[in-house]
Ligand binder design. Structure first.
Ligand code: PLP
Length: 445
């Protein structure tokens, strides 16, 4: 048994080391799934096991034939990076497998400390919160607390039909989903118009709230986005906070993608410190592997008001299940804790700044290339660029099929753009150049 474990661990170590070494450089193609692997992936439930080394090899082969966000030229959507220390943290955490639903000794303290570090890193005065499976769960958690504060008792009696909420027209779909799940209904989620930089217009927000209040509606929350998924726009948080405080409405900031940039340019996120709740994903621009989201609140009691409960099998003292949506929870915080411990906050800031530089460099390159049109100067780490006179959605498909770079698209005001997003510290200046050259070559072809 012991020998078998050692053999498995030795082999897993070799596979991981080979993968890490490979991620240091881009590869020129995305290999198709081989017929042999397809056959393996069609096998029925195995009655008897096979040798662990052979099985690990199959798994590694399947991963090699998968889209890995850890690769330096994976620039689609908002990637995570599979940071090495984060992967090791997962192995350790999953080996001990503490349950963060309940008080779990030092593991609970690690989560609390990692939460404090995250709050300090982005500049939010958190009094409580938790690690979650990501932005979607963080947002629904925060909005559940907001609903309970706006309409006390609604967790029991149900959401009244007069409840409304507000977010920008470019807010992430997870806000819609949260509002639907909370029984407010997406018909009652107001899409506040945006300005020329795609930021929420606080003047219109104010008018919408006044009109809703006048007709007897109850606003439960305003969601400002600190880095939209589409273009990286940061809503004017301070002005939104003014509106929220004037009307006594909960302000939530969805910074799942963009908030880590507050560590390098806090002035662009001014007003963040006035929010009631904040979402940030460590598995996006804080580099650790999925899934690692963080939700933070400025008043510790609000989560317990929304989630606290008693059961006849959990001790009466407050446990994590009384402030979270989930029950069984892994120690997600360990990967961020170890990443901060090993690399330090300064290294994080350096990597964030470098990825923002990549976006600006690419913007500069594309603006000088004949045939290319660029969007506004990147606010965060997303560059919008399109080749004129061709179907850019088709161009994205062709680039994905080409395999040298992997990007996705954005439809902005009906026009399709290439939308590379830089969140991976492994991406180099050379990779940015290759992206430009390959995009140009494929567009001209
Ligand atoms: C602004 C924003 N909010 C929320 C989410 C959802 O996060 P997750 O995929 O971690 O649930 C995303 C994902 O891209 C996002 O960009």
């Amino acid at each position: 048994m012991k020998l078998e474990r050692e053999r498995a661990l030795d082999h897993a170590r070799d596979l991981v080391a080979a993968a890490w070494e490979e991620f240091d450089h881009a590869r020129d193609i995305e290999p198709p799934i081989s017929p042999e692997l397809l056959a393996t992936l069609d096998l029925p439930l195995p009655e008897a096991g096979i040798d662990v080394v052979a099985a690990l090899d199959e798994a590694a082969e399947a991963l090699d034939q998968s889209l890995a966000q850890a690769r330096p030229r994976y620039l689609a959507y908002i990637g995570s990076s599979g940071l090495e220390i984060g992967a090791l943290a997962d192995l350790l955490a999953h080996s001990y497998d503490p349950n963060l639903a309940l008080h779990a000794g030092a593991a609970t303290l690690i989560e609390a400390q990692a939460l404090r570090w995250t709050a300090e890193f982005v500049g939010f005065p958190a009094a409580g919160g938790s690690f979650t499976s990501g932005g979607t769960v963080s947002n629904v958690t925060a909005l559940a607390a907001a609903r309970e504060r706006a309409v006390p008792g609604s967790r029991k009696s149900g959401t009244p039909p007069h409840a409304v909420a507000y977010c920008s027209a470019d807010a992430h779909y997870s806000i819609v989903r949260a509002i639907e799940l909370l029984g407010v209904g997406s018909d009652n989620l107001r899409a506040v118009p945006i300005d020329a930089h795609r930021r929420m217009r606080p003047d219109v927000l104010d008018e919408m709230i006044r009109a809703d209040r006048a007709s007897g509606r109850t606003p439960i929350a305003v969601v400002g986005t600190a880095g939209t998924t589409l273009t990286g726009a940061i809503d004017p948080l301070d002005a939104i906070a003014d509106v929220c405080s004037e009307h006594g409405i909960w302000m939530h900031v969805d910074g799942a993608y963009g908030l880590p940039a507050a560590s390098v340019m806090p002035e662009r996120f001014a007003g963040l410190e006035r929010a009631d709740s904040v979402t940030v994903d460590a598995h996006k621009w804080m580099f650790v592997p999925k899934a690692c989201g963080v939700v933070m609140v400025r008043d510790e009691s609000v989560l317990a008001a929304a989630f606290g409960h008693e059961t006849n099998y959990i001790p009466g003292t407050r446990n994590a299940v009384d402030v979270t949506l989930e029950y069984s929870r892994p120690l997600r915080a360990l990967k961020l804790w170890l990443a901060f411990r090993v690399h330090g906050a300064a290294k994080f800031r350096e990597s964030i700044a470098r990825t923002m530089d990549h976006a600006r460099t690419l913007h500069g390159m594309a603006s000088e290339r004949p045939g290319w049109k660029v969007g506004t100067e990147p606010e965060l780490s997303i560059t919008l660029m399109r080749y004129t006179g061709i179907d850019n959605a088709e161009l994205v498909k062709r680039l994905q099929a080409d395999g040298r770079v992997y990007i996705s698209h954005a439809v902005v005001d009906g026009e399709t753009w290439l939308r590379p997003c830089f969140t991976n510290p492994r991406t180099t200046g050379d990779d940015v150049q290759v992206l430009m050259d390959v995009a140009d070559e494929v567009a001209r072809a």
